[in-house]
Design a protein around this ligand. Structure first.
Ligand code: NPW
Ligand code: K
Length: 483
């Protein structure tokens, strides 16, 4: 599990460690790790041109000490001080002793553009808001320039805690982060600014009683969650997932949701709805029922909503059932807050799976607001509905019912997954995992992980269809289980 902690938690852990460690030790550990990462990126340090963008805080201090280390190895290092009177004094002295120099911020763009390496030490976890005016031309020069951009701790201008990037921010190729991941390094839009994230251990203790703000499952975590059929399992013991989806107008949504469900580990898939013919033609193993959800026969979980149009009665019937339910697409619009909350009060899990537009409609805000503040939006929805919520996107988030605790972020997504019907496949897959007995958060995050991986396998740099993604789920599953 990869965990990310809020700035407040990182600061608390930092204070604890500082009380025990020798003065300045943490910054030296950070600078050593940063310099090593920069050397890796450069390949050859001797003779390289390095420019440091240095702000007023310790983030700039890290950059200056790392710059001193590179200068001692023969790099030509120049520091651009954005707040000349307030740059880290010890770091600046170390850089000068090592032969580095200082250039004025005004007119430093050309120097930034020509550097082999630009180190962004403008601001770190002490930052508020986007880049300030004086830093913007330098960030732009770094982006235009020929060199690699390495951000110190996080790209300057993004919000460490929320993943928001409301103003201008540095676009890094690599971010070297210290002590703990910050949520902004894992959640879009900020994550996109971070590039490849490298972690440097400085001895910070974040485990124990400290709750991560965000956590990302890795292969081994997902492998532990996936159901394994026992020798005596029959199809009913492995769980039956019901899919109430599709309409005369949108039969395809039903076909795709059933396709996802068939590959999610449930023993059987029961389909109810007007698209039975289309479902059977594509997936003859489906148990198709002519009756509504309440009379279709036993299931261990329901998926409701993909392509459902305005069929509120079916959604109502499914929500009344005392088994886990995954609500997607049209179902989200048709499921009343009270009906969903009542399920929570009865102790039955519900997982809602909106994309940003659907989440915005449910929250009564603009889509952009959800997209720019994804963490807050997913927590808010999970709080309002008392249900687990999976917010789809390039960094899919899963919040537990109520919205508290650590939010899961999915690390396997690919932009190619933003294709018609891909969400229907995900809903079927998630429902199948619910039927197999996973909790709502585990089913949602394992489904997102497998779906993202399947999308990557299917895409390999080219566009994919939702069917392609569904077809590669078994390969994703094998890859996870085999590690
Ligand atoms: N955690 C750890 O264990 C360790 C942490 N370490 C390092 O320390 C970093 C945190 O250092 P920090 O606390 O000095 O804050 P930091 O981010 O440098 O900026 C502070 C100053 O910037 C300013 N400012 C604010 N917003 C701004 C903006 N948008 N654009 C421009 N400037 C802005 C604001 O000053 P103001 O001008 O508002 O008075 C504020 O005082 C951390 O990220 C890591 O790199 C490591 O050394 C090892 C151990
Ligand atoms: K930075």
């Amino acid at each position: 599990m990869r965990t990310a902690y809020s700035v407040e938690t990182v600061r608390a852990a930092e204070r604890e460690l500082m009380a025990r460690a020798p003065e300045g030790a943490l910054m030296q550990r950070a600078a050593a790790g940063l310099a090593a990462a920069c050397a890796d990126v450069l390949g050859r340090v001797y003779g390289s041109r390095v420019v440091l963008l240095v702000g007023s805080g310790d983030n700039g201090g890290d950059a200056l000490y790392a710059g001193a280390r590179l200068a001692r190895r023969g790099a030509g290092v120049r520091a651009v001080l954005l707040a000349p009177g307030r740059a880290h004094a010890g770091g600046l002295a170390a850089l000068r002793r090592a032969g580095g120099s200082v250039v004025a911020a005004g007119g430093a763009e050309a120097c930034v553009e020509q550097a082999d390496l630009v180190v962004d030490g403008i601001v770190g976890i002490g930052g508020k808001g986007g880049l300030r005016e004086e830093a913007v031309p330098l960030a732009e020069a770094a982006r235009r320039g020929r060199g690699v951009v390495v951000a110190v701790d996080l790209p300057s201008g993004v919000d460490a805690d929320t993943g928001e990037a409301r103003g201008a921010a540095v676009r890094a190729d690599v971010t070297v982060t210290f002590g703990a991941y910050k949520p902004g390094l894992l959640i879009d839009p900020a994550r996109e600014y971070a590039g490849v994230v490298r972690f440097v251990d400085i001895g910070l203790e974040t485990g124990g009683a400290r709750t991560p703000e965000v956590e990302a499952l890795q292969h081994a975590d997902v492998a532990r969650l996936l159901p394994v059929p026992a020798a005596e399992s029959d199809k009913y013991r492995r769980g039956v997932v019901g899919v109430a989806a599709g309409s005369a107008r949108y039969p395809g949504a039903a076909v795709l949701a059933v396709g996802g469900a068939l590959r999610g580990g449930a023993g059987a898939v029961r389909y109810v709805g007007p698209a039975g013919g289309a479902v059977l033609a594509r997936h003859p193993e489906t148990l198709v029922s002519e009756r509504g959800p309440a009379r279709a026969g036993r299931v261990q979980a329901w998926v409701v909503g993909p392509g459902a149009g305005d069929d509120a009665a079916t959604v109502g019937e499914v929500l009344a059932a005392d088994v886990p339910v995954l609500i997607d697409a049209d179902g989200l619009r048709l499921a009343g807050v009270e009906a969903v909350r009542a399920r929570g009060a009865r102790g039955v899990p519900t997982l809602m799976t909106p994309h940003a537009g659907e989440a915005a409609a449910l929250l009564g805000v603009e889509r952009e607001e959800v997209e720019s503040g994804r963490l807050a939006a997913v927590r808010e929805l999970a709080g309002r509905y008392g249900a687990a919520v999976l917010l789809k996107g390039s960094t899919t988030l899963v919040a537990q019912a109520g919205g508290g605790g650590a939010v899961r972020v999915n690390p396997t997504g690919t932009p190619w997954l933003a294709t018609a019907g891909s969400g229907d496949v995900l809903s079927g897959l998630g429902g199948s995992l619910l039927a197999a007995g996973l909790s709502a958060v585990d089913a949602g995050s394992a489904a997102a992980y497998l779906h993202g991986l399947a999308g990557r396998f299917a895409a390999e740099g080219a566009p994919v269809s939702a069917e392609d993604v569904a077809a590669r789920i078994p390969e994703a599953w094998r890859s996870v289980v085999r590690g």
